[in-house]
Structures are given as structure tokens and as C-alpha cells.
Ligand binder design. Structure first.
Ligand code: SAM
Length: 183
């Protein structure tokens, strides 16, 4: 059976190399941060954002337990502020939108800040970079967010970006993701 996370990682690994810089725009418990940290290795850098301090604390613990190199910077700030903290080009960016499973469902990503963060993430893209944006359309804000993100990405100039969507066609409320690649 298709595992959405494995498919996401496959796409990231076609771009991200040791020594690169990556951003986890929605840190949560840090599973994506760990994957990015291990992929870029000792000489790379990972920045991770979340608005919840408990997400940051849980990620810090998980990364240490997983034996990650200290190549990460965990930031308790909204992802739309990324350019205040990241002053270099980024090879891979991951957004896993929505709320943290098992936590307060009211603390979810909101389309206004999500769209601003995606615009900033696109501006920060390095050569041969990729951004993945996972959408959870099973709740109202997630459905709206998915639609608005899709509309925004569809406007990107095809001479400079490839934009695609990976979606289960026979299960419309299942999570899906958008891919943005620089050309
Ligand atoms: N990638 C995470 C993991 O591996 O555990 C799961 C991410 S979870 C689906 C979404 C996360 O986005 C939540 O932890 C939530 O607090 C965070 N979030 C909500 N609004 C945010 C914002 N404006 N900026 C950054 N993170 C935000």
C-alpha cells in the first residue's frame, strides 16, 4: 500500500544532499525535521518552525534521542516569518499542514499565514530545490487551505517552476501533497 510519507521522502531525496540547507515549516514532533537533519548530515543545516513551544520541546528531545547531528535550529515562530531567520538559499522545504495529532486541534495552520509562508519559501528556493506541501482536507480549514494553496501554486510561471499534485483519486478526503520544483 502507498505510504504518503515514503512518497514525500522519495521526492525530497531526489534533490536534498549532504551539506544542503533545508527547512521544516511545520515542526510538530519533529519527524520531518529528523529526516531532513539526517539527510543533510553534519555539514548541512535544518531550520524548523512551530508556533507551539511544546512541539519544539518534544522535537528537541526526539532529535537528541535519534542521534541527529547538531545541525538544526528550532524556532518557536510562525513559518510566514521565515525570512527573518533564514538568510540563505534552501534546497528543500517541507510543510505538513493542519494540527498536531493528539494535541489541540484549534492550533492548526491557517490559510493566510500558510500562503505567506509558501510565498517566502518559494523566494528562498535554491537551484534544483523542492518544496512539498502536505494537505489534510478531512477538516474544514484543511479543505479550504488545500484549495487556496492549489490556486496560488497554479499561478507560478511554468518557465521557472514545475508544480504537481500527488493525490488519491478514489479517496478525496485523504491527505495529499503539492510539489514545487525550480527549473
Ligand atoms: N511535521 C510534523 C511532525 O513530523 O510531527 C507534523 C506537523 S503537524 C501536522 C502541523 C504543525 O504545524 C503543528 O505542530 C502546529 O502547531 C504547526 N503550526 C500551526 N500553525 C503554524 C504556523 N503559523 N507556523 C508554524 N507552524 C505552525
Amino acid at each position: 500500500m502507498l505510504d504518503l510519507l515514503d512518497v514525500q521522502k522519495h521526492f525530497i531525496l531526489t534533490h536534498l544532499r549532504p551539506g544542503d540547507t533545508a527547512v521544516d515549516y511545520t515542526m510538530g514532533n519533529g519527524h520531518d525535521t529528523e529526516f531532513l537533519s539526517k539527510t543533510v548530515g553534519r555539514d548541512g543545516k535544518v531550520y524548523a518552525f512551530d508556533v507551539q513551544l511544546n512541539a519544539l520541546n518534544s522535537t528537541a528531545k526526539n532529535l537528541e534521542k535519534a542521534g541527529c547531528d547538531p545541525n538544526y535550529t528550532l524556532l518557536c515562530a510562525s513559518h510566514h516569518r521565515v525570512k527573518e531567520f533564514v538568510h540563505e538559499k534552501v534546497r528543500a522545504g517541507m510543510f505538513n499542514l493542519g494540527y498536531l495529532p493528539g494535541s489541540d486541534k484549534k492550533i492548526t495552520t491557517m490559510h493566510e499565514t500558510t500562503l505567506a509562508a509558501i510565498d517566502a519559501a518559494i523566494e528562498l528556493m535554491d537551484k534544483d530545490a523542492i518544496i512539498l506541501i502536505a494537505i489534510y482536507p478531512g477538516h474544514a480549514e484543511g479543505e479550504l487551505e488545500g484549495r487556496l494553496v492549489g490556486e496560488r501554486l497554479a499561478q507560478l510561471d511554468r518557465h521557472f517552476y514545475t508544480v504537481a499534485c500527488f493525490r488519491m483519486l478514489n479517496s478525496p478526503t485523504s491527505p495529499f501533497f503539492y510539489i514545487v520544483e525550480g527549473r
